[in-house]
Write a protein that binds this ligand. Structure first.
Ligand code: ASP
Ligand code: MG
Length: 429
């Protein structure tokens, strides 16, 4: 994002002293009419406490998946522009319904599409990035005392004059960007009560974290935690927007994602996992300067998010392995075909029975031996490691997909992350 236009002078004056809050509700929170009415009540409660309220909602339930299936059943390779026209409707439906429910509660509300709300993106269909927000209509409606609903996950490109969508989970990005542009606080409501030390469906004694730093949350989102979209966390860090991730269905405190500088940093804060990684293994790549650049230029041109990369030389050719999310497989294949036009043919293999388990913690920077402990823990479980990648505060291992749950449980225990652990002060539960 280049610029998030702050509220303009013409609009800042009337209610500048009143706090603005952006409240985002995920798809499961608006999955049916009762839940939509519940979300409407939560927005109204915030308004009645005196806040200026902006709500942004995802599409109802599994609407986006259903629309994607519908597109695939009509066309094997749906045109990206039309896909965005289609997908953006899901959020518009949810938004309009919430506005109706708010009217029935005796409050004024108005729903906007992303483009009506001034969310300007780059022109990349299905993965657009927000460049700027010019929330003129949002501010005007807030000044009139209305609750404003903004359709999540979408924007508008000035270059192409087309509707764009922001990628899966994109309503989180809508919420954080709106909060940054409006100088508002940001609350992300979903069916989980916060960010946990591991997925509680796999680890029963996983703990909810009271707070977590932006950098740890970035690593967690990048390595499979689904609570917050990766790009939303990047936006939050870039614009210093504290984000409160919490439950739609209770009033309990959730997890604050914010600057936690000054706190003592845990060695390991969480164990994350992903089961949608596909490993591409390339053999017979020319061993010369520019080969990797050609391959990854082509992959980047397809807007594929590459995770782990490994290269080594065998004989007089290179072998390159890298992993991508399942959703990006087709784009990756296209990119590899293009790279071979320049580099000559090489062998490509796709390995799809892998998963990834990661440990994340800002304190590992200053504590040696964390990696060894992770590998030893996996070894004791009889789990073979296929590929390892690290950042200063994260260690990831690609392992067999079937072994992921056991690996997550073993690591959670090995690093004492469970609810019974006593030397981690500050837990609210
Ligand atoms: N509805 C979109 C999705 O399912 C965007 C979102 O939920 O934030 O990915
Ligand atoms: Mg969603």
């Amino acid at each position: 994002m280049r610029d998030l236009t702050p509220p303009s002078d013409t609009h800042a004056a009337p209610a500048a002293q009143t706090d603005t809050v952006v409240m985002k509700f995920g798809g499961s929170s608006v999955a049916d009419p009762d839940k939509i009415r519940h979300v409407a009540r939560r927005l109204v409660e915030a308004r009645e406490r005196g806040a200026r309220v902006v709500g942004t909602v995802s599409a109802m339930g599994h609407t986006t998946d259903t629309l994607l299936e519908l597109a695939a059943s009509v066309s094997p390779n749906p045109h990206p522009r039309e896909l965005d026209m289609l997908l953006s409707t899901g959020e518009r439906i949810a938004c309009a319904l919430v506005a109706m429910a708010i009217h029935d509660l005796g409050h004024e509300a108005v729903s906007f599409t992303g483009s009506q709300a001034g969310i300007i993106t780059d022109p990349v269909h299905t993965k657009a990035k927000i460049r700027e927000i010019t929330p003129v209509r949002v501010l005007d409606a807030l000044d009139r005392g209305k609750i404003v609903l903004v359709a999540g996950f979408q924007g508008f490109s000035r270059d192409t004059m087309d509707v764009t969508t922001l990628g899966r989970g994109g309503t989180d990005a809508t919420a954080v960007a709106l909060a940054a542009a409006l100088g508002a606080s940001c609350e992300i409501y979903s069916d989980v009560p916060g960010v946990f030390t591991a997925d509680p469906r796999i680890v029963p004694d996983a703990r909810k974290l009271p707070e977590i730093s932006y950098e740890e949350m970035l690593e967690m989102a990048a390595s499979g935690a689904k609570v917050l979209m990766l790009r939303a966390v990047e936006l939050a860090r870039g614009h210093s927007v504290p984000v409160h991730a919490r439950s739609t269905f209770s009033d309990e405190e959730g997890t604050w994602v914010r600057d936690t500088a000054g706190m003592e940093q845990p060695i390991v804060s969480a164990v994350t996992h992903a089961e949608d990684e596909i490993l591409f293994h390339l053999r017979g790549v020319p061993d010369r300067p520019g080969a990797a650049a050609t391959i990854f230029d082509a992959v980047a041109a397809e807007h594929v998010n590459v995770d782990t990369i490994l290269q080594n030389v065998v004989g007089n050719a290179a072998e390159v392995s890298f992993s991508v999310p399942e959703d990006d497989v087709r784009a990756t294949r296209r990119a590899l075909e293009r790279a071979q036009e320049t580099l000559g043919a090489f062998e490509t293999e796709e390995i799809s029975d892998l998963g990834k388990v990661s440990i994340v913690g800002a304190g590992m920077r200053s504590h040696p031996g964390v990696a060894a402990r992770m590998f030893r823990t996996l070894a004791d479980e009889g789990i073979n490691i296929r590929l390892i990648s690290t950042s200063p505060i994260k260690i990831s291992c690609l392992i067999s997909r079937a072994a992921v749950p056991a690996a997550v449980r073993a690591l959670h225990a090995a690093f004492d992350l469970g609810a019974t652990d006593t030397h981690r002060a500050g837990d609210s539960e």
